[in-house]
Design a binder for this molecule. Structure first.
Ligand code: ADP
Length: 472
């Protein structure tokens, strides 16, 4: 076809020339010779056009034939489809592989970052001054302990008896209803006998791909020691204050002994040896009474250690009462004692510290009477103790006007005092609360019946109880 293009163009030019002539003289009739000439000139165009027509028909026939051939070969289309599918599949697989590789790189990067973070975290935990211990709560096996913890608890591998004892002490400090992430505060006696005071939190963590428990603890032994020192100072101050009462109390058996001895001498001189034995028994009983008083003073003056041991609260309250009884007598205050507690019932803690709490409360009540004496307060203090289910309840109620309203909410905070600098430190009640809480109990203060009411509750200790090991 392209071969005919120059010929066609030539005829196009002839026709254009003729039409230009006709356009120039529209009114003149074209002469016959001119038309004949044009006819002659266009004569070959006819043949050319016929040739073009024939060529085009032949071309169409050719295409038709090829289409027929294609239709006759049915394998071609599936093959072509297969080819396209395979090609697309290969392209798809290649693209997927590239994407997977990118994803893999991203995962590897994230993994490397996580490993770095884990290493940093471990380094941080190792460098921390706090004790960090991770353990499995199901079998109580320690899976990690930072150097600080290892140094303080035990340098042996974390499966040793020491670690089990440590975990037990930590577990025992949590009561059953405490949720996760709560404060733990407990004492632990090291293999060398020294007692650590520890305070911190227990938290569930994912550690080495497993759910475990983490203890993050601060060593508060120094703070505890300072507190014990304050308690000791407070106790010695109480002892000092009571010196005259104690001397008076010891004086009584001494007087009785002196009289009994004089009588015995007289009986001996008269040769009346039959009645001598009764006098000697009296002397013995009075010596025993004096010994009890000096024992009490010695026990009370002993430095506390904060070790937890089971003791009879009934006996401790009796001892605390007998300690202040003489003073109360001298101040003209009547003690109404109503202790409905079996002697064998026990609580866990340090007995002398618990006695100190009761003595503190009784002395505060006495001080309140001294202050309100002129206001006609009834000098009566009631000490009541009961068993209430699993709890032991102790209530100390006076009628000395009550706690000043402006300090009632903060009365257990350190340094809250209404007394003069020489008389009060404002530490007695805050230390009392600390002691009661260390025994897993609670102490509250309120005003009722014209005076202050201090109520203590403590959990009972059972022989097969959890605290036996902690108290070792
Ligand atoms: P301190 O006796 O050294 O002041 P405490 O912590 O023992 O410290 O007591 C704090 C304050 O609580 C006392 O100063 C007093 O105002 C008040 N308080 C304690 N017990 C009583 C009580 N039985 N009656 C009235 N107020 C009391």
């Amino acid at each position: 076809m392209p071969a005919h293009i120059p010929t066609i163009k030539r005829y196009e030019a002839i026709i254009d020339d003729f039409l230009a002539e006709v356009d120039l003289q529209p009114d003149v009739i074209v002469p016959a010779p001119r038309l004949n000439k044009l006819h002659d000139e266009l004569q070959p165009l006819n043949r050319t056009l016929q040739k073009i027509l024939q060529t085009s028909v032949a071309y169409n026939e050719n295409i038709y034939k090829r289409e027929q051939e294609l239709a006759k070969s049915p394998a071609f289309i599936p093959l072509a489809l297969m080819f396209f599918s395979v090609t697309s599949l290969v392209v798809f697989v290649l693209m997927q592989a590239m994407r997977d590789r990118q994803r893999l790189l991203a995962v590897e990067h994230a993994q490397a970052e996580a490993t770095h973070m884990q290493e940093n975290l471990r380094a941080l935990i190792r460098a921390m001054p706090a004790l960090v211990v991770v353990f499995d709560s199901l079998n109580n096996v320690v899976s990690f302990a930072n150097p600080q913890a290892q140094t303080l608890i035990d340098t042996a591998p974390p499966t040793s008896r020491e670690w089990r004892r440590f975990l037990k002490a930590a577990q025992d400090s949590l009561s059953a209803d405490q949720a996760e992430g709560v404060l733990v505060s407990f004492s632990f006696q090291r293999a060398n006998g020294s007692i650590l005071a520890l305070r911190g939190r227990r938290q569930r963590v994912m550690w080495e791909g497993r759910q475990q428990c983490m203890l993050a603890l601060a060593d508060t032994t120094q703070i505890r020691d300072a507190e014990l020192q304050i308690m000791q100072t407070a106790k010695l101050a109480t002892l000092g204050e009571m010196a005259s009462a104690i001397a008076h109390e010891i004086n009584q058996p001494l007087t009785v002994i002196r009289m009994a001895a004089a009588n015995a001498q007289r009986l001996l001189a008269n040769g009346n040896t039959a009645s001598l034995e009764a006098k000697l028994e009296r002397i013995n009983a009075q010596i025993e009474r004096a010994r009890r008083i000096t024992d009490q003073v010695r026990r009370y003056g002993r430095t506390p250690t904060l070790t937890s041991e089971p003791f009879s609260p009934r006996r401790a309250i009796d001892l605390a009462i007998s300690f202040v009884a003489e003073q109360y007598g001298m101040s003209g205050i009547r003690l109404v004692i109503d202790l409905d507690l079996p002697l064998e019932l026990q609580v866990a803690g340090e007995q002398t510290l618990f006695e100190q709490v009761i003595v503190n409360l009784l002395i505060n009540a006495r001080d309140a009477f001294e202050e309100n004496r002129s206001k006609g307060a009834h000098p009566i203090v009631q000490v009541q103790a009961r068993v209430e289910g699993e709890q032991v309840s102790v209530r100390i109620q006076d009628q000395a006007g009550g706690i000043r309203q402006d300090i009632l909410d903060v009365v257990f905070e350190p340094f809250t005092t209404t007394k003069s600098e020489s008389q009060g430190t404002g530490l007695g009640l805050s230390l009392s609360r600390k002691i009661i809480r260390s025994m897993k109990g609670e102490i509250t203060a309120s005003n009722s019946a014209g005076g202050a009411l201090f109520a203590i509750t403590l959990p009972q200790y059972h022989r097969d109880g959890e605290m036996s090991e902690a108290a070792q």
